[in-house]
Ligand binder design. Sequence first.
Ligand code: NAD
Length: 456
Amino acid sequence: MTDLTKLVNNQKELYYAGKTMTHTFRKHQLQKLKSMLKRYEPRIYEALNKDLNKSSYEVLMTELGFLFQEIDETSKYLKDWMAVEKVKTPTTHKGAKSYIYKQPYGVSLIISPWNYPLHLALAPLIGAIAGGNTAVIKPSEFTPYTSALLKEMIEETFEPKFVSVVEGEKETTQELLNLPFDYIFFTGSTKVGKIIMEKASQQLTPITLELGGKSPCIIDEDAKIELAARRVAWGKFMNAGQTCVAPDYVLVHESIKQDFIKQLKIEIEKMYTANPIENDDFTKIVNAQHFDRLLNHLDDSKVIFGGASDRNLEKINPTIMDNVTWEDPVMQEEIFGPILPIRTFENVSELREEIDHARNPLALYYFSENSQKQEWVMKNLSFGGGCINDTIMHLANSNLPFGGIGASGIGNYHGKSSFEAFTHRKSILKQTTSFDLSFRYPNSNIGRKVLKKLFK
Ligand code: NAD
């Protein structure tokens, strides 16, 4: 028996012992998670700085702050979420009562990526604990300092048969995928998402897939240009563009294109300085492989801002590319870096065809002051979720289920949705034994009459 098989077996044992079933246990574990993060806060800043050169401001806002909020909110409402729900029962079922029980899946596997390596490993864990599951976390091999710290923190805080971190390359993930997990929560690329889904299908393991895609950011002719430029610059270049919901490309109305680009350049310099490569607070590209991949997207003849890079520091300045076509390399895949291609449109009716080049993006952002057009875009285009007149902020509202559609993912989480992602809604009908209505049974004369009346 391999160590990983033993680990999963031990977690199954703890789960079947019923230890995770009570509200007290789950709430206590969530509090332990929060104090762990507080205790290790300085080391978390250090690890994320080593892996990605993340500034403390970004760590607090996009990693730790998010987790603190999720833990607090989950702890506050968990009892309500766990409660058995009573639902209506039709008159055909006289004497019976109907309930929905919130059944944990059991032993869960959480596979996370490198771009927010703490947040994306632990946000699903909050859902797993709240839902009454045990968890094995497989963090990304591309952020070794954070992954090692995750392992150290979790080992010090939880029994391995409740929560465990398994480090390793993709082969380790594949080995894990062969084990009998009861639920898999995967965050990563669409390409690997397909592998995960194929593997899960062999044991029909329920899954959530949080994937990526090319998220458009549309700036219409009546948008407030300065505000739009500021919010796009912030959402795109935070974490050096390595954000699943970052605007991948801009679709700006032809009539305001020049004004928008001018303002965008101003906002980028205000936020990140004239040469962010030299700015200690500007995030680096995760590794040389991704650095080279991004440089291959650059076409000097189309770069109208930025474009400079430093291979030693693995940093690329915020870059704008103009006159980009869907044939250009930069439009062939999710960019996931600080390069912003600009395309234009003249009429809202063109948007669907434009966006369908990279169908079902994870996010879509629409800037306009016209509420009718806002409604049209929200109702008629297909994407995971998004904002009107902002970027990224939808992700930070725990009342909004966060997830993709089709190529950008299956399922969703955050807040109550995380609890729901990690639990099965088990429908139960509790029948009375005080009487037994005979009309449902065959060969009953009144049965036929009653049924005819009921199902007219
Ligand atoms: P990735 O898919 O390459 O890797 C994610 C995880 O899968 C890692 O832990 C890795 O070890 C594992 N993995 C890689 N190849 C594998 C294989 N062949 N078999 C089994 N496991 C394998 O993704 P990434 O590069 O770490 O992250 C970037 C991607 O993640 C982007 O596409 C981004 O949009 C997406 N993402 C999505 C969200 C979201 O919430 N929807 C959040 C962050 C990132």
